[in-house]
Design a protein around this ligand. Structure first.
Ligand code: ADP
Ligand code: MG
Length: 319
C-alpha cells in the first residue's frame, strides 16, 4: 500500500537517530536548529548513494539506509570529527512503505550508535537514491587534513581493505566463496563499520588522513597530491582478511585491497616516533603500517603485480 509523503516523514524520519540536547529543533519546521559547542568548528560532509551506481537496485533496504550514513560517517572520521546532526535527501520511485521502514531502521541503528540525530531532510519522487548531509564538530584547528604528510613518515591503514569490494563482487556473482567467508564479506559491503572512534583518537597523532572509499591506491594518491609527496607501499604488508585470502589468491586479494572501493577504512600518515602509540590506540579496529612517504611524487607498490590503470581510484565520469 503506497503511503503519503507527510505520513511517511512523520512515521519514519521524525525523532530518528540519537536524542541530542544540542538539536534545538528537528523534523517538523522549515529547517533544523542546532547549537554547536563553543570553541569548535563545524565539519560538513555530503555523500549520495544511488541505485545502480553505489548499490545494486535490489540491495536490502536496511543496507541502503546504513550505507547512506556510513559513507558520511567515514568522511567525518577522516577529519577527526565528532558526528552530530544529519539531513537526509531521499528520492523514491514510489511510496513503498515496507522499503522505507527497513531503510529508516538501518539508518536509525547506525545513527544511534554514533550519537547522530536526524535533524531534517527532503523527500521526493524520483530514481532511488539517498543523500545524507552530516555535520560534526572538532576543537578549532584540530581537524585531520589530507595535506600534512611528510617524507619519511609511515603510511597506515585500518581494518582489512578489499573486503567490501569482494562483498560487492560476491553480490554481483563475479566471485565465489564458502558460506562463512561469503557472509562475512557480504556484511563488509552491506553494513560497513565507519572508523569514527579511530578518527577521534588520531587527532594530534596522524599528520594526514583520508578515508578509503574509492580504492586505497587512488585515495593514497589524493593524500600524497594534497601533501606534495609520494609514497612507497609494500603489498606483502597489506592486512588481508582470512575471508578475502580464502575467496581469492594473494595476487587477486592484494589487487582488491589496493583498488576496490566501498571500504570505510582510514588511511593515514604519522612520524615513526608514534608507532607504539598508534598500535595501542584501542579504537575497535587495528591499524597496519603498509609503507612510507617519500619526497618524489607518485605512489609505487612493491610485492605484487597490478593492472596498469590500478592507481586511479573510482571516477564517476571516467572512461
Ligand atoms: P518544506 O516544504 O518546508 O521543505 P518538507 O515537507 O520538505 O518541508 O519537510 C517537512 C519537514 O520534514 C522538515 O522539517 C524536513 O526537514 C523534514 N523532512 C522531510 N523529508 C525528510 C527526510 N527524508 N528525513 C528527515 N526529515 C525530513
Ligand atoms: Mg522540503
Amino acid at each position: 500500500m503506497p503511503i503519503g509523503e507527510f505520513e511517511l516523514i512523520e512515521r519514519y524520519f521524525s525523532g530518528r537517530g540519537a536524542a541530542r540536547a544540542d538539536l534545538r529543533l528537528g523534523v517538523g519546521d522549515d529547517a533544523a536548529l542546532v547549537s554547536p559547542p563553543p570553541g569548535h568548528e563545524l565539519v560538513l560532509a555530503l555523500d549520495t548513494v544511488a541505485a545502480g551506481t553505489h548499490f545494486p537496485p535490489d540491495a536490502p533496504a536496511r543496507s541502503v539506509g546504513h550505507r547512506a550514513l556510513a559513507v558520511n560517517l567515514s568522511d567525518l572520521a577522516a577529519m577527526g570529527a565528532d558526528p552530530a546532526w544529519a539531513l537526509l535527501g531521499l528520492s523514491l520511485p514510489s511510496g513503498d512503505e515496507a522499503w522505507v521502514a527497513e531503510f529508516a531502521a538501518g539508518l536509525d541503528a547506525l545513527a544511534r550508535r554514533h550519537g547522530v540525530a536526524l535533524a531534517g531532510g527532503d523527500t521526493t519522487r524520483g530514481p532511488l537514491s539517498a543523500t545524507v548531509m552530516l555535520a560534526g564538530t572538532v576543537p578549532a584547528g584540530g581537524a585531520l587534513l589530507r595535506r600534512g604528510a611528510r617524507p619519511g613518515e609511515d603510511v597506515w591503514v585500518s581494518g582489512t581493505p578489499g573486503d567490501a569490494g569482494a562483498g560487492l563482487a560476491l553480490l554481483q556473482g563475479r566471485l565465489a566463496a564458502h558460506a562463512e567467508a561469503r557472509d562475512q564479506l557480504l556484511r563488509r559491503f552491506l553494513l560497513p563499520e565507519p572508523r569514527v572512534e579511530l578518527g577521534l583518537r588520531l587527532r594530534g597523532v596522524a599528520s594526514a588522513c583520508i578515508d578509503v572509499s574509492d580504492g586505497l591506491l587512488g585515495d593514497l594518491g589524493k593524500l600524497c597530491a594534497a601533501s606534495g609527496v609520494g609514497a612507497s607501499l609494500d603489498a606483502r604488508r597489506l592486512p588481508l582478511s582470512p575471508e578475502l585470502a580464502e575467496a581469492s589468491g594473494f595476487e587477486a586479494a592484494a589487487a582488491l585491497a589496493l583498488t576496490a572501493g566501498d571500504d570505510c577504512e582510514l588511511l593515514f600518515t604519522a612520524p615513526a616516533a608514534r608507532r607504539s602509540e598508534i598500535e595501542a590506540l584501542q579504537a575497535g579496529v587495528s591499524c597496519r603500517r603498509i609503507g612510507v612517504i617519500v619526497a618524489d611524487g607518485g605512489v609505487t607498490v612493491a610485492g605484487t603485480a597490478l593492472p596498469r590503470d590500478a592507481g586511479h581510484g573510482f571516477d564517476h565520469f571516467g572512461r
